[in-house]
Design a protein around this ligand. Structure first.
Ligand code: SAM
Length: 213
């Protein structure tokens, strides 16, 4: 598949739709306008890729809805060079959005089939996360901590303590919390031991697998 003018036109429409739903950060909207989402999906989804919907990516997982990707990214408030940990690489679309914002991205995926497929895709496309790990995101990445931001792209029953401990002071964890539906939650590390929590609306995610705090 290629990236053609008709795809770019659809991306503009998608960015407008996401803006109408409340996303205001111009760099996030620019990322939605730029990253070719159709290339992160099987070719059978080419005609649907710019709908504001989640789609299957194999291994019973999904590429997140663009609005959700934009919302979580906006909440991370990324500055160029920020060190960001992503839990749930999946198709790699969210990773590519973070890379577009010039973050140094560390990303973890727990499904081996997806991990291998997306690693090859990144190579082919020239997307270069700082580190791509096959493993359990519940544990984070202690050897590379601390992070300016951590984004979890699957629903967690509760906040993994390991992820809180891997935030820099002032860093933020953006995580959907809940079992059937999730509440998008941000934790900002105010000091070594203090976290400010904010809850921001209801979403529906595939579950974060495993439960090892
Ligand atoms: N960011 C992805 C995208 O744009 O395609 C979203 C993918 S999907 C909503 C969530 C991903 O989290 C799935 O690929 C799933 O395999 C992965 N996942 C679930 N539990 C995990 C865990 N404990 N550690 C790492 N990845 C996990």
């Amino acid at each position: 598949m290629q990236d053609l003018p008709r795809h770019r036109g659809k991306r503009n429409q998608l960015a407008n739709e996401v803006a109408q739903k409340g996303i205001t950060d111009s760099t996030v909207l620019e990322a939605i306008r730029t990253v070719p989402r159709h290339l992160f999906l099987d070719s059978s989804f080419e005609d649907h890729a710019y709908q504001d919907k989640a789609f299957p990516i194999g291994a019973e997982q999904t590429i997140s809805q663009p609005y959700t990707v934009a919302f979580q990214t906006e909440l991370l408030d990324i500055k160029p060079g920020d060190k960001i940990l992503e839990i749930g690489t999946g198709s790699g679309y969210q990773t590519a959005i973070l890379l577009y914002l010039k973050a140094k991205v560390y990303t973890i995926e727990r499904q081996s089939e997806l991990f291998k497929k997306t690693r090859l895709f990144f190579k082919k496309m020239g997307y270069r996360p700082k580190k791509m790990v096959f493993g359990d995101g519940y544990k984070g990445l202690p050897e590379d901590a601390q992070f300016d931001g951590i984004i979890v792209t699957a629903g967690a029953p509760e906040v993994p303590k390991a992820l809180l401990s891997q935030l820099k002071i002032g860093g933020r964890l953006v995580i959907p919390i809940g079992t059937n539906t999730q509440i998008m939650t941000i934790y900002v590390r105010a000091s070594e031991k203090e976290f400010k929590k904010q809850e921001l609306g209801s979403f529906r995610f595939v579950p974060l697998l495993g439960n090892k705090n």
